[in-house]
Design a protein around this ligand. Structure first.
Ligand code: ZN
Length: 141
C-alpha cells in the first residue's frame, strides 16, 4: 500500500482514474458521463454501467447527495496511525444527486447526528502532489 506523509493510504492512480483524482486536486467534482444515455458512472469504467456504450466523458457532477449507509470507526482505521487525529471516523455510502453511489468520509459532523437520508455536500481535500479526494459534510438545502 502506498501511504502519504500523513500515513494515510493513497490511491493507485491509473489512466482510467486519473481525471477523477486530478479534478479533486483542483477542487472539482467530476464523474464519467455516458454520452449515449447520460448516466453518471462510478467507479470509473471503460463502458457505461447502464447501456454498455464506450463513449464516456468526464463531466462536472452535482456535488450533493444523501447518506445511503454509514459506519463509525472509533479505533484505528485501516491499521494506519494517520487517521488517529480524526477519530471517530464516519465512513459513508452516498447516493449522489446525479445517480451514482460513492464511498467516502463524512467530516465536520457529530457521529451521533448522522442518519440515513441525511443531505450532504462534497468538498475536496488535497492528499498528494497529484491527487485530491472528495469528502462529504452535512448540507442544509
Ligand atoms: Zn449509457
Amino acid at each position: 500500500m502506498i501511504v502519504s506523509k500523513e500515513n494515510k493510504p493513497l490511491p493507485v492512480i491509473t489512466d482510467q482514474t486519473r481525471p477523477f483524482w486530478s479534478a479533486a486536486k483542483e477542487g472539482r467534482f467530476v464523474m464519467q458521463k455516458c454520452q449515449a444515455c447520460g448516466t453518471f458512472n462510478f467507479q470509473p469504467k471503460p463502458w457505461c454501467i447502464e447501456c454498455g456504450c464506450r463513449d464516456l466523458e468526464w463531466a462536472p457532477a452535482k456535488p450533493f447527495g444523501v447518506v445511503y449507509s454509514f459506519t463509525v470507526s472509533r479505533s484505528i482505521a485501516m491499521n494506519l496511525a494517520g487517521w488517529q487525529d480524526e477519530m471517530p471516523l464516519v465512513m459513508c455510502l452516498i447516493d449522489l444527486d446525479d445517480g451514482a453511489r460513492m464511498y467516502g468520509q463524512l467530516t465536520d459532523v457529530d457521529p451521533e447526528t448522522v442518519r440515513v437520508g441525511m443531505r450532504v455536500a462534497v468538498h475536496c481535500e488535497s492528499i498528494s502532489e497529484e491527487a485530491g479526494i472528495p469528502k462529504f459534510r452535512p448540507h442544509h438545502d
